[in-house]
Design a protein. Structure first.
Length: 145
């Protein structure tokens, strides 16, 4: 059985990517508070990479912005790819099957689609690498719960 259910806040505005055959995809990172405090008395969070496809991706990009609280159900998927420098990258992400909009926030940018047109290989590489690190300044400003 491979089922995942998450509730958390989106860390930045979702951006749609056009794939082959008029399909669309978006990658989001969901910040989820842990149920305990660390030794300094602070609540820590996990940042989970999620991919959405088709109508689910379109609706999420249209209605949710940074800080939106969502419930997501789906499955865990692992994959690997090779970078130009021949290093191998391992990726684990949640592939969303359903999203519930619990508390939406307005998007900062109304442009739903990525601006550049790239080759399929670049598209896959970018979707796999551009969404794994949360900038330090953004993590400090992130309203989690």
């Amino acid at each position: 059985m491979n089922q995942v259910a998450l509730v958390g806040r989106i860390t930045k505005d979702p951006i749609l990517r056009k794939l082959s055959q008029d399909r669309v995809q978006t990658s989001i990172i969901i910040a989820i508070n842990r149920n305990y405090k660390n030794t300094k008395g602070e609540i820590e969070a996990d940042f989970i990479l999620c991919s959405l496809f088709g109508r689910l991706a379109e609706n999420t990009a249209k209605h949710c912005g940074k800080g939106s609280l969502i419930g997501l159900s789906g499955r865990i998927q692992s994959r690997t790819y090779e970078r130009e420098d021949q290093s191998r990258v391992f990726v684990t992400e949640v592939i969303g099957d359903e999203v519930r909009f619990l508390s939406t926030k307005s998007r900062l940018n109304n442009d739903l689609y990525a601006n550049s047109t790239v080759s399929k290989q670049q598209e896959v590489a970018e979707s796999e690498t551009n969404h794994f690190e949360l900038p330090v300044q953004e993590s400090k400003e992130l309203p989690i719960m």
